[in-house]
Design a protein around this ligand. Structure first.
Ligand SMILES: [Zn+2]
Ligand SMILES: [Zn+2]
Ligand SMILES: [Zn+2]
Length: 474
């Protein structure tokens, strides 16, 4: 190794400049606000004290501004106490500044991926949380959202990118966010484990213990039951014991017991409750909540399936271009019909062309960056533009053709009584006009449209035809 290349990074009031990147070292006594930290390429959390480090990384990752929650963040001088979940929230760690070189590729990779994301603001609170975990995964090259056992989690498992956004008492809402994202087709869940929560407060910290079936006390003593073969006597071990030596004598026939299996046996056990003196053979199992102290019967516990999720193609698309929750608004646009109605009208069209031997088509127009579009234009103007889009499309179609929105990105139209070739020419004209319309109305908006046309077949079930039309775009 040549000595001239051994440039040792120097810290200056928490700041380090190294190979074109600016780092900030966050100490417990730092006076900087999170806003102050946005300007740095990467953050190093001084992590000798794991309590401080764990708290700080969760705070930065849950911050509302994407420039912070996606930022490359590392631990400097990590302690061994931060567990698996916390280690998933950081991008790596270094023991001293001489090791900065080793994390540069990681930083550059994250920054490159972050730059691929289109600028947009999520339209709802739920959408902003979904965007957060999707973008955190994407910029780290992760295809999965995995539950990690975490003892400080109120629900026993933590999901990186989601859990830190909720207080301990609200952590259960993580499931609502994941369920929504799964329902929207952005992620796909598979079974991972089952866990249980308190029936009273939903908390997952439960102490399972064996208790007296009469008074629910866990204070009990257990002894063997002895069966003496020669006389047939059956009784608890204490009846056979004496205070002088450790010999066992039968209280019924007074003989000394010799060899287990030969002249006596221990067929079962007996529990004695130290609180109510109740004697019993089978415990009851109860789960005491360590949060609210409610003593749950096992069958009262809330059982929850914990899933591991993979990000779908639709999810990845939404990550880059923006996620728009599907909503009722789309179904009420004048001039359009609901998706379900569209689908059943295709069914009757199949019957019609079978009889009159005509040619009809299905077409779809997909706007990749509708999320970006919506965040650029506000509510009222958005409706006006959508209306304009619909009337633009309608003027190319016959009055009895139909238009439907499957979601804000995906428009479907019928093209009745026209060949597929001519339909395609028409579709190209429509798309060209839509491009002009959108780029004229929204400044600096790069319109990303895909489209497709498909002849209606009289031989394939209507549902399959509609599905194959939108496959990969829904
Ligand atoms: Zn008892
Ligand atoms: Zn006996
Ligand atoms: Zn509880």
């Amino acid at each position: 190794m040549s000595t001239e290349n051994q440039f040792i990074p120097q810290e200056n009031n928490g700041e380090v400049i190294y190979k074109g990147h600016t780092f900030y070292i966050l100490y417990p006594n730092s006076g900087k606000t999170i806003e102050d930290l946005l300007a740095y390429s990467a953050i190093l959390i001084h992590a000798v004290h794991s309590t401080y480090a764990d708290f700080t990384i969760q705070r930065l990752r849950s911050y509302k501004d994407q420039r912070m929650y996606l930022k490359p963040i590392f631990f400097l001088q990590p302690s061994a106490d931060s567990g698996k979940y916390i280690n998933r929230l950081i991008d790596g760690s270094v023991f001293n500044l001489n090791q900065l070189e080793s994390i540069l590729p990681r930083i550059e990779d994250i920054l490159t991926r972050t730059n691929q994301l289109k600028n947009y603001t999520a339209s709802t609170y739920e959408a902003s949380l979904i965007t957060k975990f999707l973008t955190q995964s994407y910029t780290r090259g992760r295809k999965y959202i995995e539950p990690i056992p975490y003892i400080f989690s109120g629900i026993n498992y933590a999901y990186p990118g989601i859990s830190c956004n909720f207080d301990h008492t609200e952590e259960n809402k993580v499931f609502a966010i994941l369920d929504l994202a799964e329902k929207e087709g952005l992620i796909q869940g598979e079974f991972y484990d089952k866990t249980h929560y308190c029936n009273k407060c939903n908390h997952g910290a439960l102490n399972y213990r064996s208790v007296c079936p009469k008074c629910a006390s866990s204070n009990s003593e257990t002894q063997d039951i002895i069966h003496h073969f020669p006389c047939g006597n059956v009784g608890p071990m204490s009846d056979f014991q004496n205070e002088v030596n450790d010999h066992l004598n039968c209280p019924k026939c007074n003989k000394q017991l010799r060899h287990i299996g030969v002249d006596y046996d221990k067929p079962s056990i007996l529990h004695t409750c130290m609180k109510c003196d109740h004697k019993f053979q089978d415990f009851e199992v109860k789960a005491k909540c360590l949060n609210c102290e409610f003593d749950n019967e096992l069958e009262e516990l809330i059982e929850k399936e914990i899933k591991r999720y993979s990000i779908t193609n639709k999810g990845e698309n939404a990550t880059i271009f923006g996620y728009l929750p599907s909503n009722k608004e789309m179904e009420e646009i004048p001039g359009t019909v609901r998706y379900s109605l569209f689908s059943s009208m295709v069914k009757s069209e199949i019957e019609r062309i079978r009889i009159i031997h005509s040619h009809s088509n299905l077409a779809m127009i997909y706007l990749h960056n509708s999320g970006e579009l919506v965040s650029r234009i506000g509510g009222d103007r958005r409706r006006i533009i959508i209306k304009e889009v619909v009337s633009t499309v309608a003027q190319f179609l016959r009055p009895y053709d139909i238009i439907a929105y499957k979601n804000p990105s995906l428009m479907m139209v019928t093209m009745y009584d026209i060949s597929q070739e001519n339909g395609l020419l028409l579709l190209e004209e429509i798309v060209e006009l839509l491009r002009k319309l959108l780029s004229n109305n929204v400044k600096d908006f790069e319109v990303k449209i895909e489209y497709k046309i498909q002849a209606i077949s009289t031989k394939i079930p209507y549902k399959d035809q509609v599905e194959s039309l939108i496959q990969g775009f829904d």
